[in-house]
Design a protein around this ligand. Structure first.
Ligand code: ACO
Length: 328
C-alpha cells in the first residue's frame, strides 16, 4: 500500500478575544483560578452569525491553497465536529457546496475532541488503499454556542476555531506512519450535550434545564486524560516501529496545561517537546490538534523529515493518536 501525508494545512480563529478579565465580570471566577488550574488566559469566540462551517471554510481554503489543490480535485470531505451547523444535513455537505467541490463525497465524523484525528485516520485509509487521491479533513468548532455561560466549571475552558488539512498520497514510510484509535463508551456521561437528540428531544423543559449545553464531570475527565495521553502516544510510536526518543515534537489536544505537564512527566519527556497554545485559545475540541499543528509548522518547530506525534482525547470517551513524518 502507498502512504498518505499532509499536503496542505490551514486554520482559522475568530477575531473576538474573550479574556479571563472579562469572564471575571460575568461569573464568580478569577484570572488566577483559571490560569493556575488550566493555563488558559484567553479564548476566541465566533460572531453571532458565524457557524462552524464558516470557520471550517476559511481553514479549508487555506489548506487547499497550501496544498495547491482545487475544489474539483477533492474526492472526499470529512468534517470532525461536536458543534455541527445543525444535526443534519452534515456540516461537510455545507462545506462541499460552499467550496464548489462537486466531485467530493462529504460526511461528518463525531468523536468529540478526537474527531479530527479520527478523520485523518479515515482519510489515510481512503488514500493509502487507492479509494481516494485527495481528502479534505476539517476540525471546526463553535463551542461557545453550546456553552452554559452561567456554569463557571465549564464556560472558562472552551473556545472556537477551525483547522484543516489536505491528505494526499505519499511514499511508504513518509507522512502518516501509524494510527491508534480508541473509545470507552462506558464514560459517555462524563462529557455530553444531553438534549436535542432522539434520547431527549428539544422541549421547553430541556431548554429551561440548560440541557442543550455542554455538561462535564471535569475531575473524572482529567483523570482519564492523564491516563490515556501517555498510553496513546506510546502506542502510536511503537506501532510506527519507533521510540519516544525519535519524536521531535508532540502535538497534544489543548485542554489544560496541567494535563500536558502530567503527560510529559509520565512519559519522562522534556516539556519543551510538547507544543502548547492553550493559553490563547482554550479547548477548541476537534480543531485543537490541527490548529496546534498549524502553529507549530508556521513557527518553524517542525521541518521536513521530522517526526511529530499528534494525540487527542475527548467525549465518548474517545482518543486517537498518530505518528507523522512531516513531508512538506
Ligand atoms: N472559577 C473559580 N472556581 C471554580 C471555577 C472557576 N471557573 N470552576 C470551578 N471552581 C471551583 C469548584 O466549584 C470547586 O469548588 P469547591 O471545592 O468549593 O467545590 C473548586 O473550584 C475545585 O474544583 P475542581 O473541579 O476540583 O477543580 P479541578 O482542579 O479539578 O479543575 C478542571 C477543574 C479545570 C475542569 C479540571 O478538572 C479539568 O481540566 N478537567 C478536564 C477537562 C477537560 O479536559 N475536558 C475536555 C474534554 S474534551 C471534550 O470532548 C469536550
Amino acid at each position: 500500500m502507498r502512504g498518505s501525508t499532509i499536503a496542505g494545512i490551514g486554520h482559522y480563529v475568530p477575531e473576538r478575544v474573550l479574556t479571563n478579565a472579562e469572564l471575571e465580570r460575568l461569573i464568580d471566577t478569577t484570572d488566577e483560578w483559571i490560569v493556575t488550574r488550566t493555563g488558559i488566559r484567553e479564548r476566541r469566540v465566533a460572531a453571532d452569525d458565524q457557524a462552524s462551517s464558516d470557520l471550517g471554510l476559511e481553514a479549508a481554503r487555506e489548506a487547499m491553497a497550501d496544498a495547491g489543490v482545487r475544489a474539483e480535485d477533492l474526492d472526499l470531505i470529512i468534517v470532525g465536529t461536536a458543534t455541527p451547523d445543525m444535526l443534519f444535513p452534515a456540516t461537510a455537505c455545507v462545506l462541499q457546496d460552499r467550496l464548489g467541490a462537486k466531485r467530493a463525497g462529504a460526511f461528518d465524523l463525531s468523536a468529540a475532541c478526537s474527531s479530527w484525528v479520527y478523520g485523518v485516520a479515515v482519510a489515510h485509509g481512503y488514500v493509502s488503499s487507492g479509494l481516494a487521491e485527495t481528502v479534505l479533513v476539517v476540525g471546526a468548532e463553535t463551542l461557545s454556542k453550546i456553552t452554559n455561560w452561567k456554569d463557571r466549571s465549564t464556560c472558562v475552558l472552551f473556545g472556537d476555531s477551525a483547522g484543516a488539512v489536505v491528505v494526499r498520497p505519499s511514499e511508504p514510510g513518509q507522512g502518516f506512519l501509524s494510527f491508534y484509535l480508541g473509545a470507552d463508551g462506558g464514560g459517555a456521561a462524563l462529557i455530553s450535550q444531553p438534549a436535542g437528540g432522539s434520547r431527549l428531544p428539544a422541549s421547553y423543559e430541556t431548554v429551561e434545564r440548560a440541557q442543550h449545553t455542554l455538561h462535564m464531570n471535569g475531575r473524572e475527565v482529567y483523570k482519564f486524560a492523564v491516563r490515556i495521553i501517555p498510553r496513546a502516544i506510546e502506542e502510536a510510536v511503537s506501532r510506527a516501529g519507533l521510540t519516544l526518543a525519535d519524536v521531535d515534537l508532540f502535538i497534544p489536544h489543548q485542554a489544560n496545561i496541567r494535563i500536558i505537564d502530567a503527560a510529559a512527566k509520565r512519559l519522562g519527556q522534556p516539556r519543551e517537546k510538547f507544543f502548547v497554545n492553550v493559553e490563547r485559545y482554550g479547548n477548541t475540541s476537534s480543531a485543537s490538534v490541527p490548529v496546534a499543528l498549524y502553529e507549530a509548522v508556521r513557527a518553524g518547530l517542525i521541518h521536513r523529515g521530522d517526526l511529530a506525534v499528534l494525540v487527542a482525547f475527548g467525549g465518548g470517551l474517545t482518543w486517537g493518536s498518530t505518528a507523522l513524518r512531516w513531508t512538506k
